[in-house]
Design a protein around this ligand. Sequence first.
Ligand SMILES: [Zn+2]
Length: 491
Amino acid sequence: MKSFLLLAFNTLSIFCLNAQSPAFNFTKAEVEANLKYIASDELQGRRTASKGEQMAADFIAKAWNEYGVKSLPALNGSFQKVPFKIVQPPKDALLTIGDKTFSLKDNLLIINGSQIDQQAPIVFAGHGWVDEADGTNDYKGLDVKGKIVVTITGLPTGNTPNDVFASMKRKQELASERGAIALIEAYRMGLPWQFAQGFFKQERMDLDHDADGGARIVYGWAKEQGEGVISTKLNQTSHIAALKLVPGAEEKVYASNIVGHIEGTDEVLRNEFVLLSAHYDHVGTGKQGGAAYTPQDSIFNGTRDNGIGVVALMAAAKELAANPPKRSVLLLACTAEEMGMLGSQWFADNSPVPLDQVVFNLNTDGAGYNSTAHFNVIGKGLTNLDEDLVKAGSTVGLSMLGDPAPEQNLYERSDNISFAAKGIPAVDFAPGITAMDESVFKYYHQAADNADSIDYDYLLKFCQAYTQAAMLIANKEGKIEWTNEGSKYRR
Ligand SMILES: [Zn+2]
């Protein structure tokens, strides 16, 4: 009797295990082949707006079509065209306020703007921020028409790099809308001045906001010396400043986000979208990728960053197209993450579906892996989905870790931040890293990041875990929301 019961129990538990571990309709051979193409030398490191990047885009779009993924009516096909400009550093710029001079060589950075050589009154406007929701209006009572507006970098609520970078575009608009001719910000970011200077002194790529009506005033940062001539003194006195700018050349180029749609099965929940995203661009070849290459291997294949994420997104697309969940799913393979999350920013600012219907973003992007027993959720604790994410991993034998390097602010360094910044609960789902160490840096943004260095059994499990997470979330009962810990992103 006893042994019979035990036997029955064993049979039952085997049955339950089988029932719990879902069958996926993609195979190891398939995810391996996808990764080997995405990371092949033929694609030349998939630099934004390059031929190799376009080849990757075509490959992804073609696969989605074959899986039965639909395109959105608003887009007329699978691609969302993203306009960029390649900007050369300014040839000359000089700002003089009283006896203080700011020059490109030392303490002035010009980020945007057309040619100018003009004297104008200067007005201090706090952080240059307006937020109707909380009553902030740094322009209250100020007439800035025809003037140079001076502000402090970042937001009234903080000056982390993300506060600074995410507010730049809006701040230029706010000054431009009020008729200012230039916006100069006193540099107060927690990154050394030399770092910012180094970044803006090189050729760089930026979104071309001519295409969506963004501001074109002169915009720059100035490094204060001594007791802050900019922010303190200007508060009390009005000044005349002289501003001169000879900008560098600009070239317009285009790249694409790839967007797919899987309609949900539930009559009500299908009006909500779960957004699955992964960037498919990487940094290119040779000097474009940094110093870490040799004449023998000068292609930055980006197998880990972010070939793995692309392949996981493709796997989820195939599974969900065959077995649609209750909520609708948006698939987004984005361009220009390596240029500063520009593709996802463009998508968030020019979304082909109303953003208030996007209830969650499950991004997948990573630096590599050094544990084949784990995956990481960057943003663990920020949303009410941790249990679902843990469950998704456990169905294929992977355990969930949180952020492996909180001091590196990884949450704000991938495309999930473009959506979190709009208030959409978002996390990044990354391959397993127990600690950011040599085993990760050996491949991260290195020419050595080739497809022959991947554990393909792990790749399959990772794709399964990501797909399962997407499935659970898109079928979840109840509301998806930020936790208290994540509430700073609530809008
Ligand atoms: Zn990446």
